[in-house]
Design a binder for this molecule. Structure first.
Ligand SMILES: Nc1ncnc2c1ncn2[C@@H]1O[C@H](COP(=O)(O)OP(=O)(O)O)[C@@H](O)[C@H]1O
Ligand SMILES: [Mg+2]
Length: 372
């Protein structure tokens, strides 16, 4: 699928589509990448598939190509593979013009792949290093939401060291939030390691469980709520989409709901009043700005059913991108087609790179002048 030699296609952009990865959402990532590949305008782009296996190794070009072509459109139809490379040499050699990371969770959505691209000078779509890391970290996100005056559920941050040294105090801090509380690893995703604690006897086991995934935890007051999501796409002006709604099939929107069974329903658009729609769209754009997001993010809210207030829960910098995923669906309902969305993200990636390059050159100028 590399660049063809003919003049007619010489100005096509080579798009490094990075998928798979070291996370619980490995298969979802492959399915998302297939959708992206299907939606990219082949008159303008050459697709360069780049696959990372579950252990973090990169596949050779032929394997990446085969995985993308022969996987099905559902997580259980994804071809399993093993990579043999520490890093795809096509990235180091700048054999792609732009990277589209379609990786979820740690080692992809969290600033690591973004940092790699920065080091190599390759433009990439979506949030930069810091915003990717912040959106992946629930404790940091909440602190920035609060600083921006955005309503969010009350919480306590607990480190592994604090739990070790002062268990009783940690438990007291959690209980002061009033049960039920949600105990979560700060930097995970897919609801992995999350428990709803309704009874004091299950608090310590929930904390121990979450500590198996991260040494920083967030304990949040449980809100009786509807779950509302808004897709944000940067632009002039940025788009906050029509809201969607998740109706969990389980007690909360847990891992099984997300990936294992069909009990949960996605409503797009969400049944909301016009004033509520305007309000949640405003909060989505404010959340995007508060965390320094670029390109895209899906903003997730809890609509407290006791008082009809929206609370911002989290931002996802690389949301699901399958054809039935909330992010592209909501933008579609808001008038941005899937191919248009990809064009916009790629253009933003290229303009950001050009801007950064100018800044880097400006920073070097005095040194160069002195050396003359
Ligand atoms: N404070 C809360 N109140 C009510 N439900 C919550 C709360 N926090 C999390 N949940 C439930 O748990 C799910 C996963 O939590 P979330 O913070 O979105 O983590 P993840 O990053 O894994 O998606 C949510 O979609 C929601 O169903
Ligand atoms: Mg979530």
């Amino acid at each position: 699928m590399g660049r063809k030699g003919s003049a007619a296609v010489a100005d096509r952009l080579r798009v490094g589509l990075v998928f798979g990865g070291r996370s619980g959402e490995h298969e979802v990532s492959v399915v998302s990448a297939r959708s992206v590949a299907g939606a990219l305008d082949l008159n303008r782009y050459d697709i360069v598939p780049m696959a990372i296996d579950r252990a973090g190794r990169w596949a050779d070009a032929a394997t990446a190509d085969r995985v993308l072509r022969s996987s099905g459109g559902r997580p259980d139809q994804v071809v399993q593979f093993e990579g043999s490379l520490g890093l795809d040499p096509r990235l180091v050699d700048r054999a792609v013009d732009v990277v589209v990371p379609i990786l979820h969770g740690p080692f992809g959505e969290d600033g690591t792949v973004q940092g790699l691209c920065e080091m190599l000078g390759v433009p990439y779509t979506g949030c930069g290093v810091a915003a990717s890391a912040v959106t992946m970290d629930k404790v940091l996100s909440k602190r920035l939401f609060m600083e921006a005056g955005l309503p969010t559920p009350r919480f306590e941050a607990i480190t592994a060291a604090q739990w070790e040294a002062e268990r009783i105090r940690c438990e007291a801090r959690c209980l002061a939030l009033r049960l039920p509380v949600f105990v979560k690893p700060s930097r995970m995703g897919s609801s992995v390691g999350i428990s709803k604690v309704k009874d004091v006897t299950t608090l310590a086991p929930a904390i121990e469980l979450a500590l198996g995934y991260d040494d920083l935890l967030i304990v949040e007051e449980g809100i009786p709520a509807r779950e509302i999501e808004v897709a944000v796409l940067e632009g002039n002006p940025s788009v906050a989409s029509v809201p969607g709604e998740i109706v969990p099939g389980h007690e909360f929107y847990d891992y099984a709901d997300k990936y294992l069974d069909d009990a949960c329903r996605l409503l797009a658009p969400a049944p909301l009043e016009p004033a509520q729609i305007a309000q949640v769209q405003r909060l989505a754009l404010a959340g995007f700005a508060a965390l320094g997001c670029e390109g895209m993010a899906r903003a997730d809210f809890l609509l407290d059913t006791r008082n009809n207030r929206f609370l911002i829960s989290e931002l996802n910098s690389i949301p699901g991108f399958t054809s039935i995923s909330m992010y592209p669906r909501l933008l579609g309902l808001s008038g941005v087609s899937y191919p248009e969305l990809l064009d916009r993200l790629i253009t933003l990636a290229l303009t950001r790179r050009a801007r950064r390059q100018r800044f880097a050159e400006a920073a070097l100028r005095p040194l160069l002048e002195r050396a003359r």
